[in-house]
Design a binder for this molecule. Sequence first.
Ligand SMILES: Cc1cc2nc3c(=O)[nH]c(=O)nc-3n(C[C@H](O)[C@H](O)[C@H](O)COP(=O)(O)OP(=O)(O)OC[C@H]3O[C@@H](n4cnc5c(N)ncnc54)[C@H](O)[C@@H]3O)c2cc1C
Length: 326
Amino acid sequence: MIDSEVIIVGGGPAGSTCAWRLHQHGIQTMILDKKTFPRHKLCAGWITPKALQDLQIKEGEYPYSLLTLKRLNFHLYGMKIPVKTRQYSIRRYEFDYWLIKRAAVPVKEHTVRNIQKINDYYIIDDTFRCKYLVGAGGTNCPVYRNFFKKANPRTQKYLITAMEEEFKYGCSDANCHLWFFEKKLPGYSWYVPKGDGYVNVGIGGKLRTMKARGETIRTHWNFFVKKLVKLSLIRDYSFNPRGYNYYLKQNITVSQMDNAFIIGDAAGLATIDMGEGIGPSVESGILAARSIISGEKYSLESVTKYSFPHILLPSNREGMILNFSK
Ligand SMILES: Cc1cc2nc3c(=O)[nH]c(=O)nc-3n(C[C@H](O)[C@H](O)[C@H](O)COP(=O)(O)OP(=O)(O)OC[C@H]3O[C@@H](n4cnc5c(N)ncnc54)[C@H](O)[C@@H]3O)c2cc1C
């Protein structure tokens, strides 16, 4: 049996942030991940200043590409709305690898399947044993499935389906573009330039609404690709996109059971206006670590719910322009 005080299932931003904090406090921690890092992760890689701040990444410290996006171009019903801002883009392939190395804890490649709680310990696949268990395995996290699913079922209303591709491309436009509700997509599509000549293009929206209309994300993707060509943003490229589903933040009643915690996508924490998941994953990783270190109550209440609260319509918080959680 391999023992560790804390075992974190999943080494994405949620798991590696939690591990980084625990290690800083001298708590024995191990990460189990089914993939070997660096690994590909479907994600546009847009990251907010708050997330970088929470991660305490100082200017010049991050050795990979970190592009500053000084403007976001929102496109809404044919109107272009440029918004001055300071956001960033990273490549998850590099970012997650750097974060997990920085955490400085043992990382084992292992696909977690079966977890039992015996007395005060969690036994994973009859091989690993820990006192504290953190579920950071994304939407299909086995910790969520084993311990939290019953107490905390997810509402399909908040399920986002997304499709994207990231590739090297001599971009003609170095600006970030976001198109909302094109062809009645219950969500948005994006063009996010990255450093080193990469670009990420993708599309995401509410699965339930699409299903009810007999649409698929693929139908919307096909339209989107034609648009990218028409706008001369991407030309002569043969797309091979991949998809992934994840949840927007909903009412999470149970996020800790005994010494088991769920963080990041395992808890379903993406912001309800933009589907931003990296920042909330980092925040929840920090909160879970704090709870393990100090014994204080773990709650996801404070985790960011809106990426852009300042552009909510003041009169009706739930009816805001960008909210695709409805
Ligand atoms: C197409 C798309 C675009 C997105 N764009 C953005 C964006 O631009 N900005 C943003 O902030 N958010 C974005 N998101 C959301 C963001 O990617 C996620 O919210 C974020 O990655 C969640 O981090 P996490 O650490 O919880 O999970 P993940 O990053 O998914 O990490 C989970 C880890 O768990 C491992 N794992 C899974 N199952 C097991 C198992 N059984 N055993 C062991 N290991 C396991 C996986 O290998 C993985 O490494 C996007 C999502 C999608 C799908």
